[in-house]
Structure formats: structure tokens, C-alpha cells
Design a protein around this ligand. Structure first.
Ligand SMILES: [Zn+2]
Length: 411
């Protein structure tokens, strides 16, 4: 059968229109979300909503106001609330919460990077590493403390610090920071110390700013610690020590990692304000506020990076759990009473920017300021999540801490 010229033309037009229809239809199909090229995940250990509100109340007081001041991260456009119970407890520990965030699965309190049956779980940082991302694990606690460890280790128990360092040594991750290393000398005389173990695994450890400034190579695998912990067991708890002159503060740790990474290759940086938890366990009000502000200063470093790469950067700020359940208003008159930040601020300044008060004295000081700490432990409150940048809308509304993995990987 022979087609006429007219029929040929109409056939070509029909095919063309069908093609246009198909292309139009495809463009309306939901697109697979892509993950951001640069991903920052901030975890304030113990930084629940009460602690954030406390900090903003103090910031407002310093401005002569009753309220209204905001941290950088609480000004982000997307906000959600995160449930954070563990597999076996209503109130989580850092290891179980960090495991849920890093692996998307709940586990029991006391377990790290393993499910309740004791099987190792995979942190999404390894998925990103396989996708060509550089990985930075930034914290101001020891590099092998619970929260950072959840992103690269699966020890049999959270306190098996030497085993965590052995996992770090084979992680292949690019940049670690922390106050020092726990389990530094190993479990027996036969174990090489952590300096030797990590050096043999290809890591260069710098202890303090002086050593770091004298480095000759910028592309090597790096561990950056405070100078005062060089060659020894990292001290875990401190109450008033964050004013040490030789210290990297959290923003400086993050800047060092960011400078090392640059912006050519994709990266993921987990940045933990880990000492907020420690100081909130001690119910020290002004030091808690100062450490939340220090974390906010680190968020500012990421935010400046975001402003240069707004279409490719995602910043998430959250907490693993709340610590202390601090109440803004305690023992007040019925209605109309107020806080007395001045009394706390004066005590802080009089002691030279420290709070070395013993438990009972500190409790009385808090009470006189009308600040109440109902517990020195973790609470089961929902924690906040704030987000800005590419894919930030996924962090809007209510979620569970096991949702972070899929939201970050845009699965
Ligand atoms: Zn804690």
C-alpha cells in the first residue's frame, strides 16, 4: 500500500505530537531526589529544646531584652521534632541515639554501631564514602567518644575505646578532630599505642595548633587533637575547662577540616558539640549556654560555606537527646515573676569565666536565678532539628532519629 504525500505529512505531524506529549509527561513525573554535594550534620550532644531556649533567653538578657534573640541555626527555614527513644529504653544514651542517626536502626542503650542482637550496622558515612565523598568527623570530645564513633565504628560495647580506634584506622575516612584519644595505650602490653596504630594505618596525628600549623602536607588522612592530651589517655569529663588557651574550639576544628577539604570534591562532615552534654549533666547553666553558643559559632562556619554554594549545600542541626530538662522558670511566684540572669552572670564573671561550684552551691545559684534542673541525666524529650539548603525541606515536621539516614541520602 502506497501512502499519499498528504498522508505522509499528517503521519509525521502525529508522531511529532506524540513525541512532544511523551517528553512533557516525563517532565511531570516525580524526579528522584539527589543528595547535596556538601553535607553538614551538626549534633549538639544533650542539646534539647530546653537548652536551646535557655541559650536564647540568655542572649536576649545580654541584649537587654526579655526574649527574641536567635541562634544562627534556629533561624534556619526548616524545623522539625525528633523522637529519640532507644530499642530498650524510653530515654536513650548517646551511643544508641548516635547509632540510630548514623545507621537508621534502633539499638539498646550501651550499644554502638550494632543492633540489639549484636550484629554490626553500617553508618551512612560509609555509603557516602563509596559515592566519592570525603568524610570529616569533627568533635570536641575524644575522637573515639560515643557520638563520633557511631559514624565509623561497631565495637562490641560503647566503652571499648581501643576497638573503636582500630575501626577508625581502617575506616579510610579523611579528617577527624577531638580533644584526644581514649584507650590510648590499648588493652594489654602487646597493643601498640594509638599513635603507632594510627600512624601505621596512614593517619597523621597533629597535637595542637603549633603542630598543625607546621604541617607540610594538606591532602593526607588527618587526626587533629588538643596539645594537652598528646601521648596520653584523653580526660573525659571537665566542668569548667573549656577556656583552655591552647585549645581548638569547635569552630576552629571545623574550619581546619573544611580548609583541608576545599570545594572541588563532595564531602560529608559530622560536627558534634559534645561537651554540651557533659556540662548539662553537671547542671551548670552559664557554661551550658556558652557551649551551645560555641556550637552555633561552628554552624556559622558552615553557613558561610553555604552562602557560597547555596544550591549544593545542606546543613542540618540536631541533638541526640536532651540532657537535664532545664526549666526556664523555677520556684517562681504565681504568674508575673521573672528570671534573674544577672545573678548567674555576676557569679560567672566574678569567677573569671568559670563555674567550679560544688553541686549544692550550684543548685542554690540556679534556684536563685529561677532556673530549674529537674535531673542530672538525659530526658526523653523530642529534640529539635533545623535545616537549610538542598533537601532541607525533608527535615520539616515530626520524625524519628532513624529517619536521618534516608533523608540525608535522599532515598
Ligand atoms: Zn550524657
Amino acid at each position: 500500500m502506497k501512502l499519499s504525500a498528504k498522508r505522509w505529512i499528517s503521519l509525521i505531524i502525529e508522531l511529532f505530537l506524540m513525541g512532544v506529549a511523551v517528553v512533557t509527561l516525563i517532565s511531570y513525573l516525580p524526579k528522584k531526589a539527589e543528595k547535596a554535594k556538601y553535607i553538614f550534620l551538626f549534633i549538639g550532644d544533650g542539646m534539647g529544646n530546653p537548652v536551646v531556649s535557655l541559650t536564647e533567653s540568655y542572649m536576649s538578657y545580654k541584649e537587654g531584652k526579655l526574649g527574641g534573640e536567635r541562634l544562627t541555626f534556629s533561624s534556619f527555614p526548616y524545623f522539625g521534632l525528633v523522637t529519640n527513644h532507644s530499642a530498650d529504653r524510653a530515654i536513650t544514651c548517646s551511643a544508641a541515639a548516635g547509632t540510630a542517626i548514623a545507621t537508621g536502626q534502633k539499638t539498646n542503650n550501651g550499644l554502638l554501631g550494632r543492633n540489639p542482637e549484636g550484629e554490626p550496622l553500617k553508618s551512612f558515612a560509609y555509603d557516602l564514602k563509596e559515592d566519592g565523598y570525603k568524610i570529616g568527623i569533627v568533635s570536641n570530645t575524644p575522637v573515639n567518644h560515643a557520638t563520633p564513633a557511631c559514624f565509623y565504628a561497631s565495637p562490641e560495647q560503647r566503652h571499648h575505646h581501643y576497638q573503636i580506634i582500630q575501626d577508625l584506622a581502617v575506616s579510610g575516612f579523611d579528617f577527624f578532630t577531638g580533644s584526644g584519644i581514649k584507650g590510648y595505650f590499648g588493652n594489654s602490653e602487646n597493643d601498640p599505642d594509638c599513635q603507632k596504630l594510627l600512624t601505621e594505618a596512614g593517619y597523621h596525628i597533629y597535637w595542637g595548633q603549633e603542630e598543625y600549623e607546621q604541617r607540610t602536607e594538606n591532602s593526607e588522612k588527618t587526626i587533629l587533637c588538643q596539645s594537652h592530651n598528646k601521648g596520653k589517655e584523653a580526660k573525659e569529663y571537665f566542668v569548667d575547662g573549656f577556656e583552655r588557651k591552647d585549645s581548638f574550639k569547635l569552630p576552629e576544628f571545623l574550619s581546619a577540616c573544611l580548609d583541608s577539604f576545599g570545594d572541588e570534591e563532595p564531602f560529608f562532615i559530622m560536627c558534634e558539640g559534645g561537651t554540651i552534654d557533659w556540662i548539662a549533666h553537671a547542671n551548670k547553666t552559664i557554661p551550658t549556654v556558652k557551649l551551645v553558643q560555641e556550637m552555633d559559632d561552628a554552624v556559622k562556619v558552615a553557613y558561610e560555606f553555604y552562602l557560597k554554594h547555596p544550591d549544593e549545600t545542606l546543613i542540618i542541626v540536631t541533638a541526640d537527646h536532651d540532657t537535664g530538662g532545664v526549666a526556664i522558670g523555677w520556684g517562681n511566684e504565681w504568674m508575673g515573676d521573672t528570671l534573674n540572669w544577672g545573678i548567674l552572670d555576676s557569679a560567672w564573671n566574678a569567677a573569671g569565666g568559670r563555674n567550679t561550684l560544688e553541686w549544692e552551691e550550684n543548685r542554690k545559684l540556679n534556684e536563685s536565678a529561677h532556673i530549674g534542673w529537674p535531673t542530672s541525666h538525659h530526658t526523653g524529650d523530642n529534640v529539635p532539628v533545623y535545616a537549610i539548603g538542598k533537601g532541607a525541606e525533608r527535615f520539616n515536621g515530626k520524625m524519628d532519629n532513624t529517619d536521618f539516614k534516608s533523608k540525608i541520602l535522599a532515598e
